[in-house]
Write a protein that binds this ligand. Structure first.
Ligand code: ADP
Ligand code: MG
Length: 723
């Protein structure tokens, strides 16, 4: 079976279907085989209504009397109806799924699966999923081919475009006899392998797992199949990260030796004492910079922990050794803040700094001074990775809020260092420790040292798997004297009494407010608050205050302008979606209000809260919940803890890693099956990946045996390496 063949090779898939599949990321036979059911249902489990018992149940019947009502008080959309079979009827209810009222054909049977419980004095089926009975009971299509078993477990595939679950059944049915020909993928499954695999990896294991995923007989088979496929995925990920680490250790970098006097001069000139955590992180970095292999270090520190100064000390060591440094920030306002904050510290020590952002005038003059080496330290946005920005000898790249940059952008910056030459003769200070680089032949390619910074804490388990090739420093404490941000959960209806007076008071004291809303405009399908509507409302409530808004669909220049005016104190209340700049420092902002707070993940709530509490003033965060129910675990955790690492661990448990990682990498790494919390499986995969990587390092020709594996992991390598 040729897995890399296009899907049109499968019986029943024509050009038109292939087009739709392509849009869903399914190009090849391999992609299709790995399009796994989102769930399985056993339609034999359905129960007659007469015999229902409370709990999770499945019934087969028709629906009628559908209607949707809006409850003002609870701000909910409630859709109700009646399900009837030949033995009786039950009431059904959905919350905030208004489309349910129009979804059904009242003349046809459906399977409904959900929980059947006593609510407000009567039994009802709450938020069931529904499947058209005809879709899962077909036994033959018009050509007489068997398409669905009537018995046993039926895979449910997510609909893609026009292609419904039933269609996927037909595709797999067409390939059914060929599953046995699916080639193996993992080391340990081929002849004369050196690696002894775990016992669930054996010749034919992959074919078995895929077959059992699409045609299971029992739930035990599904579990077994998932285990193999999860392992396969983890192994690929971990091998990718091992190989990246190997590659990195073979690269050369300019040595930027530590000089105690220089560092001391800078540190002594600071208006504050470094925290112990800052000292440790700085020391890690300064040590790395002195080595002849490129640093690849992630500096993690909660919002406000003082990462910028650590970056500045590192930059100073590079500049003192005669090399250039680039600091890349995701927005103009952040880049400008860095530039203005660092210049007074570094310029007196002789560092020549420049700012390069979209709005910078006379860019060409800066670029030529950069190319000549006159500028030592360039701070900027994407403007610094344009093709015509050339450095003389870039040796250290610093990326702030690294998760906001794509892989391509990071690589573009790093490539700028590839052709740089020797250190400038005009070193800032006499440095008798002469650089060994002067002796290397001219054709050596140097990779820059890379320092990535992020305020999104990555739980340790994720760190080890995804960023296994990365060194990490953590700033785990805030500078002394910071006041804890007081966090309160408030119900929507309590705002008038408990929030608005506080807002008036804070504005009266000259402080500023962030007000976060879910949507930009009102949307009849959504119950959540919109920026536009909230802005109007607040303008009415606080007529003396200057209220403005910000959202992602505004032009970048407009956004910058608003942010600058907010930073300059010209706006009292800024109503915004979550675009509100990550990392921006407006110490005068003292209140963060988050509407519909239950709709955000912990990591994001914590990031948003980190926008306040950055100065001396006592700060507050209000989590507004539109629900009448008890506050969610997430919100309670927010109320109790301001420790980003603790919250990240909790988030990992509540939501699973996909979403946390998603917040870091824009969802680039989409694990199909594996969960990054499956520690036992991870440790098996990790041991194996290390052995295989070592084997490949010693006998590179062995890699050729695993062509499919190697091409698959290059995708992961790009995502997980920061180099
Ligand atoms: P982040 O880690 O979020 O990027 P910043 O580097 O912007 O944090 O620092 C936040 C604020 O704390 C800045 O105003 C900075 O000058 C200040 N700061 C940094 N380190 C210390 C320290 N050790 N003591 C007191 N203030 C500090
Ligand atoms: Mg920062």
């Amino acid at each position: 079976m040729d897995l890399s063949a296009e899907v049109t090779k499968v019986n029943g898939i024509g050009e038109k279907t292939a087009e739709i599949l392509k849009k869903a990321g399914i190009f090849t036979v391999r992609d299709l085989l790995y399009f796994l059911p989102r769930d399985y249902e056993n339609f034999q489990d359905s129960v007659k209504i007469r015999d229902l018992k409370p709990g999770k149940i499945m019934v087969r019947g028709r629906i009628s009397e559908l209607k949707t009502q809006h409850t003002r008080r609870r701000g909910l959309n409630i859709t109700t109806g009646k399900i009837t079979d030949d033995t009786g009827s039950i009431r059904v209810i959905w919350f905030n799924q208004p489309y349910r009222a129009k979804q059904f054909d009242e003349q046809r049977d459906y399977y409904f699966t959900g929980s059947y419980d006593l609510k407000n004095g009567r039994y009802q089926l709450t938020s069931p999923s529904a499947t058209l009975a005809a879709d899962v009971e077909l036994t033959s299509d018009e050509k007489g081919r068997k398409t669905l078993q009537k018995k046993g477990l039926i895979p449910i595939y997510s609909q893609r475009g026009q292609i419904k679950s039933i269609k996927f059944h037909q595709f797999f049915e067409a390939m059914r006899s060929e599953f046995a020909l699916i080639p193996d993928l993992l080391p340990g499954t081929m002849e004369d392998d050196y690696i002894k695999p775990p016992d669930f990896v054996y010749p034919g294991a992959r074919a078995d797992a895929l077959y059992k995923s699409h045609f299971p007989d029992t739930t035990a088979e599904i579990t077994e199949a998932r285990r193999y496929l999860a392992y396969e995925e983890l192994f690929e990920l971990l091998l990718a990260s091992q190989l990246s680490k190997q590659e990195n250790s073979r690269l050369k970098a300019h040595q930027l030796p530590f000089n105690a006097d220089n560092t001391k001069r800078l540190v002594d000139s600071l208006p504050f004492k470094l925290t112990d955590a800052q000292r440790r992180a700085t020391w890690d970095i300064l040590q790395d910079l002195g080595k002849p292999t490129p640093m690849n270090r992630l500096l993690q520190g909660d919002v406000g922990s003082g990462k910028t100064i650590v970056a500045a000390i590192s930059a100073f060591q590079a500049v003192s050794s005669g090399f250039q440094v680039a600091l890349l920030a995701p927005t103009s306002i952040l880049a400008t803040q860095h530039y203005e904050g660092l210049k007074p510290l570094l310029a007196p020590l002789g560092v020549k700094m420049e700012l390069l952002i979209g709005a910078t005038k006379r860019k060409n003059a800066i670029k030529s001074r950069l190319k000549s080496g006159e500028i030592n330290f360039l701070i900027g946005t994407h403007a610094i990775i344009t093709d015509d920005t050339e450095f003389k000898n870039l040796a250290l790249c610093i990326i702030d809020e690294q998760h906001r940059f794509g892989v391509g952008q990071r690589q573009k910056l790093l490539l700028k260092a590839a052709r740089n030459d020797k250190p400038s003769s005009a070193k800032l200070t006499a440095n008798d420790d002469s650089c060994s680089d002067n002796l290397t032949p001219d054709d050596t390619i140097f990779a820059p040292h890379l320092l990535s910074m992020t305020a999104t804490p990555i739980p340790r388990s994720l760190q080890l798997t995804i960023f296994g090739d990365l060194d990490v420093s953590v700033i785990g404490e805030l500078p002394k004297g910071r006041q804890k941000i007081e966090t309160k959960i408030l119900k929507s209806i309590d705002q008038k009494e408990r929030l608005y007076p506080k807002i008036s008071e804070e504005i009266g004291q000259g402080h500023q407010i962030y007000w976060i809303c879910k949507n930009i405009e009102d949307n009849p399908m959504m119950e959540t608050t919109s920026v536009k509507k909230q802005t109007k409302k607040l303008q009415g409530l606080f007529p003396r205050a200057k209220v403005e808004f910000l959202h992602g669909r505004m032009k970048p220049a407009e956004k910058d302008e608003i942010m600058e005016r907010f930073a300059g104190g010209k706006i009292d209340i800024l109503v915004s979606t979550t675009v509100v700049e990550v990392g921006v420092n407006v110490p005068n902002a003292s209140v963060m209000v988050i509407m519909d707070a239950e709709s955000y993940g912990l990591a994001q709530l914590h990031q948003l809260r980190g926008r306040v509490g950055r100065g001396q003033t006592k700060s507050y965060c209000y989590l507004i919940s539109s629900s009448e129910d008890k506050p969610t675990k997430r919100l309670l955790e927010m109320e109790q803890s301001t420790d980003g690492f603790h919250l990240a661990e909790v988030d990992l448990k509540i939501r699973g890693p996909g979403e946390i990682y998603g917040a870091l990498q824009h969802g680039a790494l989409d694990l199909r099956i594996a969960t990054l919390t499956d520690t036992p499986l991870i440790s098996i995969a990790s041991r194996q990946a290390k052995q295989v990587a070592a084997e490949f390092a010693n006998n590179p020709e062995n890699m050729l045996k695993y062509k499919e594996l190697m091409s698959g992991i290059s995708h992961y390598q790009q995502l997980t390496t920061l180099n």
